[in-house]
Design a protein around this ligand. Structure first.
Ligand SMILES: C[S@@+](CC[C@H](N)C(=O)[O-])C[C@H]1O[C@@H](n2cnc3c(N)ncnc32)[C@H](O)[C@@H]1O
Length: 324
């Protein structure tokens, strides 16, 4: 009994300093260097799209049947698509990551469809264009959206040119280049619907309000802006806004990874913070609706328009890829 307690006491006292000394000796450096080298080499010689095993292909077909998706739904995924790699980096095997990615797309599509239906009724597919998916990545949403509205009505924009190209070639949608400076984003079109999934959850404070205003200025007077954020309650913080310079791209090997901590990290905001932003844009609490943890069970969805109290009480679907 006593030796056991003694051992624990010794480990508790000496453990942390010993671990610290070992970490300072750099004994893992060589191994880490080799792993990074192998990962980078595999990435460089890998074909543009992920190759799926028979098991993963069968899983995609199962999901298509389960959700009654179009048989020709294109599940070709770029090797640079951080949205699927993000799941893999968090320990999902490829099959589970592809399932989570497909289900994420369905969740985004559900938000677009329900908001548009509330706004325009059942004829929404004919009214929603021009539609802008801003910060669209490599087309998590587009592969679904093209089965609802003509590709001609869809505009996809991202800072990653390779992501835009992947989507314009694959889904035949229109591409618009973006910029790290909001004031330089001038598409020259007023959109009926602007959708922004998981960008505001990555922006630092100085860019947050600027992008909100810039996108709002590119919205038709009759249009709807929908975006997602991490609420501040997800972390322990006494502030209205919290920004960390680390993102899913920080340690990635993809060629177009974003390594600009001053422009892209991870952000958390309170509703109060957003209310002040909306005030600066001349909008009141009646101009927006908030749906908590509605995107992927994590991010809040905000729906903003000049209509008053129009978007309350929508019943969005919840998807949990681990239960499917
Ligand atoms: C977390 S991903 C979200 C991708 C997609 N919307 C989704 O939900 O699957 C964030 C995306 O924002 C893009 N992004 C970052 N800064 C941007 C900017 N200034 N303009 C346009 N896109 C940007 C990134 O390249 C990345 O593709």
């Amino acid at each position: 009994m006593i030796p056991g307690i003694l051992k624990k006491a010794v480990l508790m006292t000496l453990g942390p300093p010993v671990k610290y000394i070992i970490s300072q000796m750099g004994i893992h450096d060589e191994v880490n260097h080799k792993i990074n080298f192998i990962e980078q080499t595999i990435q460089d010689i890998y074909p543009d799209q992920l190759i799926f095993s028979e098991d993963t292909l069968q899983e995609i077909e199962r999901l298509k049947r389960l959700f009654e998706l179009p048989a020709n739904l294109d599940m070709g995924i770029s090797k640079n698509d951080m949205m699927v790699r993000h799941y893999i980096n968090h320990g999902f095997d490829v099959k589970a990551a592809v399932r989570a990615y497909l289900v994420r797309g369905l969740g985004l599509m559900d938000v677009v469809e329900k908001v548009a239906e509330r706004k325009w009724g059942r004829a929404w597919p004919f009214k929603i264009g021009p539609f802008l998916d801003f910060a669209s990545g490599y087309g998590t949403l587009e592969r679904h959206l093209v089965h609802y509205i003509p590709a001609d009505d869809i505009y996809t924009s991202d800072i990653k040119e390779m992501g835009i190209r992947f989507q314009t070639e694959k889904f035949k949608v229109n591409g618009i280049s973006s910029s790290f400076r909001p004031e330089e984003f001038e598409p020259g079109i007023k959109f009926k619907f602007i959708f922004v999934a998981s960008l505001f959850s990555h922006l630092p404070g100085n860019l947050f309000i600027k992008w909100l205003k810039q996108l709002w200025n590119n919205l038709d007077d009759e249009g709807v802006l929908v975006f997602t954020v991490h609420d501040i309650s997800l972390i322990t913080s006494q502030t209205e806004f919290f920004y960390s310079p680390v993102s899913e791209d920080s340690h990635s090997v993809v060629k177009d990874r974003l390594l600009k901590p001053e422009s892209y990290g991870t952000a958390y905001v309170s509703e109060e913070y957003l209310r002040k932003c909306f005030e600066e844009m001349g909008l009141t609490a009646a101009h927006y609706a908030r749906y908590r943890k509605c995107s992927g069970g994590l991010q809040d969805v905000y729906i903003v328009s000049r209509d008053i109290d129009r978007f309350e009480g929508i019943r969005f679907n919840t998807y949990d890829s681990e239960l499917i």
